[in-house]
Design a protein around this ligand. Structure first.
Ligand code: ATP
Ligand code: MG
Length: 745
């Protein structure tokens, strides 16, 4: 191998970046703002470790925040060092911990083929335990209990580590006991939840020094991306693991810490110097991603946070376009205008996959999806965890029972999916029989079939299902696991179930099932696949070339796009009311960091939209523009729009609060809109598009640029009364009725 220092990937770095890539030994922290090349530095450092023959690929551990990021890093690394990139241990905290647990499962009373249960399995199991313990699950919900258990696990607490005071406030002091029972039930089921992965790792490491030493001598170099979002247990795990070599390089940005609600401790990054006494700290100041104006917007918003290290962030890029701040009437209009802007960007040469719509909450994607389907903009919702989808969970439950008939949680999930007449009466009967006799749900079903407890038709159906599982289980060794999966899904009636539904949604579900089977082919057998499914497949659904990405701000961390849309900038939505209610000022500051993350994803164009009205739980409510809007410097906002809104964007909040006090039956947003003449389409008039809501008085002529709900953008080529012949950019030539089109100029 040639020297890495002669490699273009090194030469292209700036001096501070080079420092971080050159200093391979000892603890190093790269602390710097968004887009300064932290991830790039981490990858280059990895390459340098190998180029310089410091160590072997299998002696390196690199931790990324998502599997997608791991995949991207591996691809970049491969382009730098070739196929040996595959031997680097590269993954998320969870996937690495899952592997260590698999290698040492017996130490914590599990088998190496343990199942990783999904969050809804977790809630179901907790619910059963709470019911058994006579806890009022309306007052103390299983979901809240599962949050509590997860937060304990994030802090590294086993049941015995919990303070009585932490326990008192929930379920009349029974929470510790529920936690204990839950853990022992999981062991019986040979299962672990997500939180367990790291918790068991910590137990293994602290209680078995020989095992810890084995791993410590295997991994000599550690690299961690997005260090600001590590939680306590990840921090403890890393500290213990890297304690021997102390060759640890972490990169992060305190301004991008956005997982406080899941236990992330931004303090970890601030403690680095204390934890590793000889630590070197490198700050990068040049942002290579965004235009000057986008960066100014980000800097100006984040400056309002009190809890932060002050960092410099500059760019030598051009100022770029102003930021488009767009007021719309409601969610439907927001989606419409967004889609028009996307079409416009497309016609200006942006590819769809360079465009992203980043929402605060997952449910906000709905209007956009509907609109994109309507007008044919290709898109993909990213980050919705694949395994969290209904059809995937169902399919996996079937496969889990085939693999391990005693997987009660899985069998209970699908015993009546699709509906086959084995409803709650039957399942509770089986359940109590299983509990009384201390046997599994599957065995209880078999035993009950030999009695007259069940009605004849129920008995017949249950017998069929049990026979099917036995048959599938027998086939497990005979046919390939992908064929087996297809067989199970077909014979169980599960595929028919979605085919019969015949909706747009069900088509998507069938596609996902196909994807699941494709994914299986990458594994040697069913058990290998099942062990890793939940970890490996999260966020696997990347946008393909040519698709707009639709995702949450949280899922967008670390990514970049040519153009970014940030919808729903309204008080309550963003910043999220819940975040402020639960965490007060620190919640608000986390929301602001999220705004910073969102803005800094954009390279060239940034659009921020807010609606005057929102439908919340079926009711229309006036909404108030987000306070973050007033934190944007006026001079970088698209003047056309700003002018139309009545000049002073920073006074919005004040006006709205004043209006809300005059006791009107309309919400403040409605009044504000009325007073200022804000209706999305009117506001929009001064921007690039002239649109008309009604096409009755349209002045149509050949050659005009038009927009059609279904076919998108096109030019009129001829007309015959109200029938138009239009050449659509994507759909080709079509005859449409004029009332369905809008003029664009
Ligand atoms: P984030 O905080 O969002 O995770 P980051 O600090 O990890 O950002 P990168 O994603 O590594 O930043 O880099 C941002 C962009 O800048 C990438 O497109 C990267 O290729 C580019 N970049 C980084 N360093 C340089 C450089 N020295 N010269 C040119 N481009 C660079
Ligand atoms: Mg990064």
């Amino acid at each position: 191998m040639t020297q890495f220092y002669n490699h273009q990937a090194y030469i292209d770095l700036n001096d501070s970046q080079k420092e971080a890539v050159k200093n391979l030994d000892g603890p190093l922290l790269v602390l710097s703002g968004a887009g300064t090349g932290k991830t790039r530095v981490l990858t280059a450092r990895l390459a340098n470790l190998l180029y310089s023959n410091k160590t072997k690929p299998w002696n390196i551990l690199a931790v990324t925040f998502t599997n997608k990021a791991a995949k991207e890093m591996r691809i970049r690394l491969e382009s730098l060092i070739g196929p040996s990139a595959n031997s680097v241990w590269l993954g998320t905290f969870h996937s690495i911990a899952a592997r260590i647990l698999r290698e040492n499962a017996e130490v914590v009373s599990l088998n190496s083929n343990y199942t990783i249960i999904t969050p809804d399995d977790q809630i179901r199991l907790i619910k059963q335990i709470m019911i058994d313990q006579d806890i009022d699950i309306k007052k103390f919900t299983p979901k809240a209990m599962s949050n509590l258990i997860n937060s304990w696990k994030d802090k590294g607490y086993k049941p015995d580590d919990i303070n009585q005071s932490d326990n008192d406030f929930f379920a009349n002091g029974k929470a510790i006991n529920i936690y204990k029972t839950y853990q022992s039930r999981l062991v019986t089921l040979n299962s672990a939840d997500f939180g367990d992965l790291l918790l068991y790792n910590l137990t293994i490491f602290t209680e078995n020094l020989d095992i810890l030493e084995k791993y410590q001598s295997k991994i000599l170099y550690f690299l961690v991306d997005e260090y600001q979002d590590t939680n306590t247990i990840q921090y403890l795990w890393l500290k213990l693991f890297a304690n021997k070599s102390k060759n640890i390089c972490c990169v992060g940005d305190d301004d991008q810490s956005i997982y406080g609600w899941r236990g992330a401790q931004v303090g970890n990054i601030l403690k680095f110097e204390k934890d590793y006494t000889s630590a070197k700290i490198i700050k990068l100041e040049e942002n290579y991603r965004s235009t000057g104006r986008i960066l100014e917007a980000a800097n100006s918003i984040i400056a309002n946070n009190k809890e932060r290290l002050s960092k410099k962030l500059k760019t030598s890029s051009e100022d770029g376009d102003k930021i488009d701040l767009i007021s719309v009437w409601d969610g439907v209009e927001e989606a419409k205008i967004t889609s028009l802007e996307i079409e416009n960007l497309y016609s200006c040469g942006f590819r769809y996959d360079q465009i992203a719509v980043l929402v605060r909450a997952g449910h906000q994607t709905r209007y956009f999806e509907e609109r994109f389907v309507d007008i044919g903009i290709p898109y993909k919702v990213i980050g919705a965890k694949f395994y969290e989808r209904l059809e995937i969970r169902d399919a996996l439950a079937y496969l889990r029972v085939v693999q391990q008939p005693n997987d009660d949680l899985a069998l209970e999930r699908i015993i009546n999916v699709p509906k086959r007449g084995l409803g709650t009466n039957t399942t509770s009967l089986i359940h109590s029989y299983a509990k009384k006799n201390n046997i599994s749900f599957f065995s209880a079903s078999q035993e009950l079939l030999m009695t007259d407890e069940l009605r004849p038709n129920v008995k017949r159906t249950l017998q069929n299902l049990i026979n099917q599982f036995i048959d599938w289980n027998n086939h497990n060794k005979e046919i390939s696991h992908t064929d087996l999966a297809l067989k199970v899904l077909e014979e169980s009636g599960y595929i028919d179930h979605w085919q019969n539904e015949n909706s747009i949604e069900s088509e998507g579900r069938l596609e996902n099932l196909k994807e699941l089977i494709n994914a299986m082919s990458g594994f040697d057998n069913l058990s290998g696949f099942l062990e890793h499914i939940s970890l490996v497949m999260d966020g696997d659904n990347e946008a393909e070339a040519g698709e707009v990405s639709l995702m949450t701000l949280h899922a967008a961390k670390g990514l970049e796009f040519g153009a970014v849309f940030l919808p729903g900038w309204e008080e309550g939505i963003f910043p999220s009311q819940r975040s402020i209610d639960e965490l007060g000022l620190s919640g608000l500051e986390e929301e602001r960091r999220l705004a910073y993350v969102g803005i800094t994803r954009a390279k060239k164009r940034l659009f921020i939209t807010f609606a005057a009205n929102r439908q919340i739980h079926g009711l229309w409510q006036g909404s108030i523009p987000s306070r973050f809007i007033s934190e944007l410097p006026k001079k970088i906002i698209n003047e056309n729009i700003e002018g139309n809104l009545g000049a002073d964007v920073s006074s919005y909040n004040q006006i709205d609060f004043d209006l809300s006090s005059n006791n009107s039956s309309y919400g403040p947003g409605f009044l504000r809109a009325k007073q200022k003449g804000i209706r999305g389409l009117n506001v929009y008039k001064n921007t690039q598009f002239e649109k008309s809501v009604s096409s009755v008085n349209l002045n149509l002529s050949v050659g005009q640029r038009v927009f059609h709900q279904k076919f998108g953008m096109g030019f009129i080529i001829s007309s015959d009364g109200d029938k138009l012949n239009i050449n659509f950019d994507k759909a080709g030539e079509k005859k449409v009725v004029s009332s369905f089109i809008k003029i664009i100029d």
